[in-house]
Design a binder for this molecule. Structure first.
Ligand SMILES: CC(C)(COP(=O)(O)OP(=O)(O)OC[C@H]1O[C@@H](n2cnc3c(N)ncnc32)[C@H](O)[C@@H]1OP(=O)(O)O)[C@@H](O)C(=O)NCCC(=O)NCCS
Length: 199
C-alpha cells in the first residue's frame, strides 16, 4: 500500500495485516492463541520486563485478545502481532507497535516497539527477525518517521535485539516508569526511517 493510500484508508487499515519472513508468520493474536499466551506470560523474564499483570492468569490473556487488542486496533494506536514458526505454526514471540501517533502527518508518525519471546524459542534470532519485519512494515506502510524502543534499564537482551537492527541509544529516562510497584529508569533508543537498512 502506498503512503497516500494508507493515509486515505485511515488507522483501521492495519487491523488484519499478516506479515511473513523467511522463517516466520506474523498475524494478529486470536482466540485460539489464548492458552499459548497464558503459558508464555508465566515466564519470570517476561514478568520482570514487560508491563503485564503478575501473576498472569488465563483471564488476563482473554482480556488481552478480546478487549485490549481490538481496542488498540480500532483506535489506531496499537497493533500487536503473534509471531509463529512458519513450518510448525507454533508461537515463538509477540511483537507490537504501541502509542502510534501522527499517522496522518506528512512528515511521518511515531510508535514504540515492544516484544517478548517464548522461553523455548529464545536465542534463535526469531525476535530480531520479527522486529526487523515489523519496523520495515511500519516505515514502508505506515510511513512512520521514527520507531522508538524503551526498556527497563539493564535489559541487555532487549537492547541487543534493536542494536542489531541499527537503533541508536539516546539515553536513560530516570525513574521513568513503575514496574511491580517500584520506580525504574528506562533506556531509550530509536530508529529513523531515513537511516533504516532493514532489507
Ligand atoms: C529479549 C528477548 C525478547 C530476546 O529474544 P530472543 O528471541 O532470544 O532474541 P534473538 O534470538 O533475536 O537474539 C538477539 C540478540 O540478543 C542476544 N541476547 C538475547 N538475550 C540476551 C541477554 N539476556 N543478554 C545479552 N544478550 C542477549 C542474542 O545473543 C542475540 O545476539 P547475537 O546475535 O549477537 O548473539 C527475550 O529474551 C525475552 O523475551 N525477554 C523477556 C521479555 C523482554 O525483556 N522483552 C523486552 C521488553 S523491552
Amino acid at each position: 500500500m502506498t503512503t497516500e493510500a494508507r493515509r486515505a484508508a485511515g488507522p483501521r487499515s492495519f487491523a488484519n495485516v499478516t506479515l511473513r519472513t523467511e522463517r516466520l508468520l506474523l498475524r494478529p493474536w486470536a482466540e485460539a492463541d489464548i492458552d499459548a499466551i497464558t503459558a508464555a506470560c508465566q515466564d519470570p523474564e517476561i514478568q520482570r520486563y514487560v508491563p503485564i499483570p503478575a501473576p498472569y492468569s488465563r483471564t488476563d490473556a482473554e482480556v488481552f485478545v478480546r478487549e485490549v487488542l481490538p481496542a488498540g486496533r480500532a483506535a489506531g494506536t496499537d497493533v500487536v502481532f503473534g509471531v509463529f514458526d512458519a513450518d510448525t505454526a507454533l508461537p515463538v514471540a509477540s511483537v507490537g507497535l504501541h502509542r502510534i501517533k501522527h499517522l496522518d502527518a506528512p512528515c511521518g508518525g511515531t510508535a514504540e516497539i515492544g516484544y517478548w519471546a517464548t522461553p523455548a524459542a529464545r536465542g534463535l534470532g526469531y525476535t530480531t527477525e520479527a522486529v526487523r519485519e515489523v519496523c520495515r512494515w511500519a516505515f514502508a506502510d505506515l510511513a512512520l518517521a521514527r520507531v522508538e524502543w524503551l526498556a527497563l534499564a539493564g535489559n541487555e537482551g532487549s537492547w541487543r535485539v534493536v542494536e542489531k537492527l541499527g537503533f541508536t541509544r539516546e539515553g536513560t529516562l530516570r525513574f521513568y516508569t513503575i514496574q511491580r510497584g517500584a520506580r525504574h529508569d528506562m533506556w531509550i533508543a530509536s530508529l529513523l526511517r531515513s537511516e533504516a537498512k532493514l532489507g
